[in-house]
Design a protein around this ligand. Structure first.
Ligand SMILES: CC(C)(COP(=O)(O)OP(=O)(O)OC[C@H]1O[C@@H](n2cnc3c(N)ncnc32)[C@H](O)[C@@H]1OP(=O)(O)O)[C@@H](O)C(=O)NCCC(=O)NCCS
Length: 135
């Protein structure tokens, strides 16, 4: 997976491509726009993939900061979630998830939303545990 940098003139996704899927009709409302809740679910999954790797085990989502839906997502779009680790505490991990979408009828891939999730490393009894240090 690639880390992608940003050029001010040509905004590109920030972070690591963590999850990619296609938005299906079952993920949309009657007008064909993808549900915001479906996007949040994909973001939660992507953030958890990164948090699971950092925590080397089970995690729980404890918080989601405010987020804005910038553009609608059409059925058939390829939806890509990019994750960036912002902070690691004792048991918590703050991870920013950007979502970009591209429909085959559009040459451009566009940012559709972004949000910061906080995950907590937990044990088999759902008690918090320290995130392992990598050094
Ligand atoms: C996650 C959970 C085990 C944490 O338990 P807790 O008693 O709140 O634990 P703590 O107060 O010790 O907080 C643990 C960490 O989370 C952080 N945290 C807690 N609430 C937070 C919030 N609203 N925003 C950001 N961080 C938060 C704390 O700062 C702490 O970080 P640190 O260990 O790095 O210092 C518990 O809240 C829980 O089970 N929540 C439900 C999770 C869930 O069902 N998620 C949806 C499905 S995955």
């Amino acid at each position: 997976m690639n880390d992608i940098s940003e050029d001010d003139n040509f905004p590109t996704p920030q972070g690591e491509l963590t999850l990619q899927t296609v938005a299906l009709p079952s993920d949309a409302n009657a007008e064909g726009d993808i549900f915001g809740g479906w996007l949040v679910s994909q973001m939660d999954l992507a953030g958890a993939v990164t948090a699971n790797r950092l925590a080397r085990g089970r995690v729980a989502t404890v918080a989601l900061d405010s987020m804005v839906f910038l553009r609608p997502v059409a059925v058939g779009s390829v939806v890509s979630c990019y994750t960036t680790v912002k902070d690691i505490g004792r048991s918590s991990m703050a991870i920013v998830v950007e979502v970009w979408a591209q429909h085959y009828s559009d040459a451009e891939c566009r940012k559709v939303t972004e949000g910061q999730f906080t995950f907590v490393a937990i044990d088999e009894n759902r008690r918090t545990r320290p995130v392992p240090r990598t050094s």
